[in-house]
Ligand binder design. Sequence first.
Ligand code: ADP
Ligand code: ZN
Length: 288
Amino acid sequence: MLFGALEAGGTKIVCAIGNENGEIFEQISIPTETPEITLTKIAAYFKKHPIEALGIGSFGPIDLDKTSPTYGFITTTPKLAWANCNLVEYFKKELCCPIGFDTDVNASALGEVTWGSAKGLNSSIYITVGTGIGVGVYQNGSLAHGMLHPEAGHILLAKHPEDSYKGKCPYHGTCLEGLASGPAIEDRWGQKAINLVSEMKVWQLEAYYLAQAIVNYILILSPKRIILGGGVMHQTQLFPLIRKQVKELLGGYIQTKELDDLDTYIVPAGLNDNQGIMGCLELARLSI
Ligand code: ADP
Ligand code: ZN
């Protein structure tokens, strides 16, 4: 079966054609301009292929409540041209097929549980550390929604006593995203993260905040595995630093077989940065 996959990010939009096995046959990437310009291009691309359904993983916040009059909308996004954009209705009309819809990070979480590092588990979380920080939550065999969807990249954390950085989040200053996203690293240290590879103190501090967040996620959600992806996590030296601090912060309070082996509990994404677009294929499959 042929499915369409649409991963909508703030700077670029990836469109792909694939199947129910997560195989991608072709894909294109276009810049995110205004909805008027960009949506027309996307629809034209998918119309060239006989897809059975389209899966969309979108930046947000988005409305995922199927009983809501604004289901399928991007809602209050800071990308103002896209606020109140009815994505699901637009593609339903243009493509006349079922549309699966979720957040970009939930799509990545779904890709990872279907084919990647959490394959076969009924509970896991996927954390992306990139331009922003987002968390996709998979629990009891499905993606967690609620009144909206989790926004666990914005949880509030204790500042490191030696960190005087004011934080990058326009809403909360020093939430996790404000302290540990790629732009926060760049702003705090005056250089792009990629140029700070040999600065141990940068990664110690990054791990300090990610470990705090992960401990909170463990205590609240009890995931069976935690996957970290996104641009910043290409710094693989972060993994052992994070694991060590998670162990210390948990203080032995929880004892499970998963936590006995943090090397297999806190792991990198397993799909070569295709977890998002592959997750969109699965969203498409689940919509029919
Ligand atoms: P996005 O979040 O926009 O989808 P990414 O996940 O690539 O895209 O995140 C981009 C952020 O990650 C930027 O702030 C960039 O500086 C940082 N980044 C990208 N690649 C690396 C890398 N190899 N090492 C460290 N930081 C990186
Ligand atoms: Zn925030």
